[in-house]
Design a protein around this ligand. Structure first.
Ligand code: AMP
Ligand code: MG
Length: 504
């Protein structure tokens, strides 16, 4: 029930990290606390919320066994390589839970480190609450992600865009914080450091590869497979990460770093909200391509080790690996999206139905989540679209003639594949969320917390996000005549979030 730290990362070459201490804060206090996660970590939630716990979670006092470090890494930021590192965060240590699972306990917003590059090393409350809400939402949507244990206010103000905002710390957990950019930095340092960090990474995350003839090859294909799966999952819920630099891509398949992330409301594949992404490099539809580009960086970083182990030449192997990625991505995309419309996966006619639906959604500017929601929960009845007209309008699904053409084709295909509407809908319920952390909901809740000092809206949203697959009002199960839950509604024009910003 108490901390059980190991610090294996500290045994690596010291060039990969720096020992650091947190800044002294006037009055750290818990703002949001994830009790459920403490059970998984086998930590005492009362103790963590006590005065002692607060001092630990803000690193004002070190928990027993902790050895705080800032991690060094590099990364291609918008295509340009930079030497980076934890500029405003520290790793307390690796906590081992009662099942033997290893969790990095990482604090963000704890003050400057040798990697701060002129930044203040601090974090404002809004972005930390945003990361808490979105990472936890992804977890409950069954996606691999870092988790959030707590947000604390520091009692100090931070200055952002000529504004004074409450300072905060996010306590997050991760399988590890090894990013593609960490291996890129190791490759830049020396062959020995690259070899050391790669061995460490394989042992920590892909230990079965050590039994293979060619562990590096095995490791690469596993990372490729997992990242292909992760991106397909993002696409399936309309998630736009926003800043897929190689330092924001974890080697362990977890979604990491939630600065300018967003969700699709209307289905606009070219949507880009991140203020700094002028060329749309990280737009929704480009995420699979950018991930391939990032994987190419990983392959390049590992190429000295590949060359040492492999009989094939590195160029052939690179081509083979990228082809592997494209195939795996397509496989997962088809599998997940077929499930979203209740069709048998990987049949050409099922896949065609996905693309036809997406094309219709794009043309009609239909709401992404609510279109799948409606397909999942609608009840067959005559002229339902007329009866449910106001409901559909509220959900912004905008059905038209073309949609009904698709709908009838879909229903025939379901029949041809031997499934009933009800059976396919029960499968679809497991994958099509009712509630997602829509951009305007998050913004509104954060605004209330940051400007009005009221955390209630954040808490209410967080509760709803823990049950994304249930219809909040049971009566709404068959839609008719029922008002949608407010969290299901796409933004009104004045609520629309047009830009998202880095979490600084
Ligand atoms: P991010 O965009 O959050 O992934 O951050 C990119 C890099 O900038 C990372 O190395 C961060 O540690 C660093 N960074 C971000 N914000 C700050 C800050 N306020 N002070 C110092 N470093 C920062
Ligand atoms: Mg980052």
């Amino acid at each position: 029930m108490t901390w059980n730290f190991q610090n294996t990362y500290c045994k690596l070459s010291p060039i990969l990290f720096r020992q650091v201490m947190a800044k002294t804060f006037p009055h750290p206090q818990i703002c949001l606390f994830n009790e459920g996660l403490t059970h998984q970590l086998n930590l005492d939630s009362h103790l963590l919320q006590s005065q002692q716990g607060i001092l630990w979670l803000s690193a004002q006092q070190l928990p027993p066994g902790a050895q705080p470090i800032a991690l060094a890494y590099g990364g291609h930021q918008f295509g340009v390589f930079n030497i980076l590192g934890d500029g405003r965060a520290l790793l307390l240590g690796e906590h081992i839970d009662h099942r033997g699972n290893r969790w990095d306990i990482h604090l963000k917003g704890t003050g400057p480190t040798p990697f701060s590059r002129g930044g203040d090393g601090l974090a404002a409350l809004g972005p930390m609450l945003r990361e808490f809400l979105v990472s936890e939402a992804l977890h409950y949507l069954k996606l691999p992600t870092t988790r959030s244990l707590a947000v604390l206010t520091t009692g100090e103000e931070v200055y952002r865009h000529n504004e004074r905002l409450p300072g905060a710390i996010l306590v997050r957990t991760a399988q590890s914080h090894i990013r593609i950019g960490t291996l890129q930095l190791a490759a830049l340092i020396s062959h020995d450091v690259l070899k050391e960090l790669t061995n460490y990474t394989i042992t920590r995350h892909y230990p079965w590869c050590l039994q293979e003839n060619n562990p590096i090859y095995c490791f690469l294909s596993q990372v490729i497979d997992r990242l292909a799966h992760l991106v397909a999952q993002w696409m399936s819920i309309g998630f736009i990460h926003g800043v897929l630099n190689t330092d924001n891509m974890s080697i362990s398949e977890e979604t990491i770093d939630f600065g300018p992330c967003a969700f699709l409301d209307e289905y606009i594949p070219s949507l880009v909200l991140c203020s700094r992404d002028r060329e749309g490099r990280y737009r929704y539809e480009n995420q699979p391509n950018v991930t391939e580009w990032n994987l190419l960086c990983l392959i390049q970083a590992l190429s000295p080790l590949i060359a040492a182990q492999n009989t094939n030449n590195v160029t052939d192997l690179t081509q083979e690996m990228l082809m592997h990625y494209r195939k795996r991505y397509q496989h997962y995309f088809n599998e997940i999206f077929c499930k979203k419309i209740g069709l048998k996966p990987n049949y050409p006619e099922s896949v065609e139905m996905i693309h036809l639906l997406l094309k219709w959604m794009e043309g009609a500017k239909a709401d992404f989540t609510n279109t799948f929601f409606w397909l999942t929960y609608h009840k067959e009845s005559k002229n339902f679209w007329e009866k449910e007209n106001s409901y559909l309008k509220a959900l912004k699904v905008n059905f038209d003639e073309d949609f009904f053409h698709w709908y009838h084709k879909w229903r025939s295909l379901l029949e041809k594949q031997g499934t009933t509407l009800l059976d396919s809908q029960s499968q679809m319920r497991e994958i099509n969320p009712v509630i997602i952390p829509r951009n305007h909901l998050i913004e509104k809740a954060i605004h209330m917390a940051q400007k009005n000092h009221s955390i209630e809206e954040v808490k209410a949203l967080w509760v709803a996000l823990q049950n994304p697959y249930s219809v909040p009002n049971e009566g709404a199960r068959f839609l008719k005549m029922v008002t949608p839950h407010p969290y299901q509604l796409p933004p009104q024009e004045h609520e629309r979030v047009c830009q998202t910003f880095f979490g600084t």
